[in-house]
Design a protein around this ligand. Structure first.
Ligand code: BV8
Length: 234
């Protein structure tokens, strides 16, 4: 039974029209990360931060999954219980492509969080600053997003999957953000083979056993077919 852990980044959704962060014209060239993706930035200017996430939520609602999202959903369905899908992305394109149980380690655009009581609910299309929490009524509502300096979600579950992985695959991530960028080493230390599927070699490309370069919508379906035909062979 082959166990596969997949980590995806903004490159998976690039061809669906959602911006990446560090490519030419990426989000971090238009916004200062400190202003819109840190708790301090949110405390200082919740209007700006809600505008940033409202715009990305709108963009996401207008976007569609691309063949790479569909291929990963197909792989997960064909190998029940063997594929752990971890994403740094906050969009819901993997779910809309049919994937289930996606681990959103950096949170989700479509969810809201109450910073006072921890209640989570489906975010409205447009979130307003200081909106009251539906559970405790305090004006502590925020996007359910993991900002820099905050703990990513489901780290125990991710670490357990990495410890048991036979294969770790990073897709469309530049390998700049930790702890996600350290997963390849964690998997390799546990004996997994490691593969990077990316448009350009990432900052930690040298840590992978194999790298395949190209747009995700082409190389991810190709890789999934390779895996499925290998598992189909007697
Ligand atoms: C934390 C919010 C404590 C949501 C994001 C060492 C250890 C631990 C922490 C740190 C450390 N060093 C520094 C830190 C602190 C910090 C950090 O990593 N800073 C960086 C800048 C140095 N990390 C944190 O604060 C994290 N929390 O550390 O808590 C802790 C410590 C240990 C263990 C547990 C906890 C919190 C990080 C989360 C921050 N939130 N986003 C949002 O607004 O979206 S991060 C942000 O970057 C997004 O989530 C994004 O997903 C993520 C990573 O970016 P990528 O996905 O890689 O996107 P990028 O644009 O960079 O690259 C795109 C790639 O796609 C490129 O390679 C490109 O070639 C490729 N591509 C483009 N087009 C295509 C393509 N590939 C295929 N096809 C295409 N068509």
């Amino acid at each position: 039974m082959q166990r596969i852990v997949i980590l995806t980044g903004a490159g998976l959704s690039a061809e669906s029209g959602l911006g990446t962060f560090r490519d030419k014209g990426g989000l971090w060239t238009k916004y200062d990360l400190e202003d819109v993706a840190t708790p301090q930035g949110f405390a200082a200017n919740p209007v700006l931060v809600h505008e940033f996430y409202n715009a990305r939520r709108e963009n996401c609602l207008q976007a569609s999954p691309n063949p790479a999202h569909a291929a990963l959903a197909r792989l997960q369905a064909a190998m029940p219980g063997q594929v752990t899908l971890v994403t740094q992305n906050v969009d819901d394109l993997l779910e809309r492509a049919g994937a289930g149980d996606v681990i959103h380690m950096h949170g989700q655009l479509m969810r809201a969080l109450c910073a006072a009581c921890g209640h989570r609910w489906d975010a409205p299309r447009v979130m307003q600053p200081h909106a009251p929490c539906p559970a405790c009524a305090r004006a502590a509502t925020r996007p359910d997003i993991v900002w820099f300096g905050e703990f990513p979600y489901q780290m125990d579950r991710i670490d357990q999957a990495l410890a048991r992985a036979d294969l770790f695959v990073a897709i469309g991530t530049s390998g700049n953000v930790y702890p996600a960028a350290g997963f390849v080493q964690e998997a390799a230390l546990a004996g997994a083979r490691t593969l990077e599927l990316n448009l350009d070699a990432s900052a930690n490309a040298g840590l992978f056993d194999e790298t395949r370069l190209g747009p995700a919508s082409r190389i991810v379906p190709g890789w999934v077919e390779d895996i499925l035909s290998a598992t189909a062979r007697p």
